[in-house]
Design a protein around this ligand. Structure first.
Ligand code: ADP
Ligand code: ADP
Length: 236
């Protein structure tokens, strides 16, 4: 379903990602691990088209998503929603509106600018918040929530897009262990219950072992491990 072929990213004279190849079939939960600077974020950002690759192809259902332009590129970005370490919510905006922002690309400027969301969108946002256990937070400002709750709001915003793939860039790196577990459990549910592929950059082996079906280890822009977590030794 998703095939990364010889993908390379060069910044100036630094090769951040060096000719990587992997294939993911079906709705797996894949962890990418490696030290800071290994190239993990760059891989996710190229998949989501936030960063352009220097060379290579990423095929999804037979289409090279690295070649998509304009509206097609935006449509692809809706299909692979991204979650960030720092949540990237609008802090002073209420939680429900933050979740509705998942539809920014799909509704008219008039709707989004004047906050005139259709009732069906609002109901769906509330349903998703309810599913993630934070419905009662809907009217609060995002900044009033705990980190774990904010990350669940970010996941709810991603789910508004009904994405095939969720890309999570260090989703628990700013959270305490308890909140980290809630967020990882939430991502796991979305993977198993909805059948969405999840690719998460993680910095601890323990988390990867616990949640991932497969782990890709990176070092200096290259893949140095690709397999099931039980085969994983330390030293990536
Ligand atoms: P990781 O996510 O594993 O920490 P990154 O993908 O963020 O790694 O970075 C990989 C390498 O690419 C690092 O050396 C980083 O400094 C470099 N890099 C990342 N983004 C940029 C950028 N926008 N400009 C220049 N170098 C970058
Ligand atoms: P992380 O390691 O969590 O991925 P970084 O601190 O490496 O985050 O990068 C944060 C931001 O800075 C990213 O947008 C990345 O593209 C950019 N960046 C990283 N390294 C460099 C660099 N050497 N030169 C310019 N931008 C960079």
């Amino acid at each position: 379903m998703l095939r990364v072929q010889n993908v390379t990213k060069i910044f100036g004279n630094r090769t951040a990602v060096d000719q990587i190849n992997f294939r993911i079939d079906g709705p797996a939960f894949v962890g990418i691990i490696g030290r800071s600077g290994a190239g993990k974020s760059t891989v996710l950002r190229m998949m989501n088209r936030l960063t352009d690759a220097s060379s290579g192809a990423i095929e999804v259902d037979g289409q090279n998503i690295l070649a998509l332009q304009g509206a097609q590129r935006r449509e692809w970005q809706s299909q692979c929603a991204m979650i960030f370490q720092q949540f990237n919510l609008v802090p002073r905006l209420d939680v429900a509106s933050n979740v509705l922002h998942g539809l920014l690309n799909r509704r008219s400027t008039l709707t989004t600018f004047f906050n005139l969301w259709p009732r069906s969108d609002i109901l769906r946002a509330l349903e998703i918040l309810d599913r993630l256990g934070i419905a009662e937070q809907a009217p609060k400002r995002a900044e009033a929530l705990s980190g774990g709750q904010q990350q669940r709001v970010a996941i709810a915003r991603a789910l508004m897009q009904d994405p095939k793939i969720i890309l999570a860039d260090e989703p628990i790196a700013s959270l305490d262990p308890m909140n980290a577990q809630v967020v990882m459990d939430t991502l796991k549910r979305i993977n198993t219950e909805d059948g969405r592929m999840v690719i998460a950059n993680l910095h601890t082996l323990d988390t990867a072992r616990r949640y991932c079906d497969r782990v890709i280890g990176m070092r200096d822009g290259r893949i140095v491990f690709d397999g099931v977590p039980s085969q994983l030794s330390t030293g990536v």
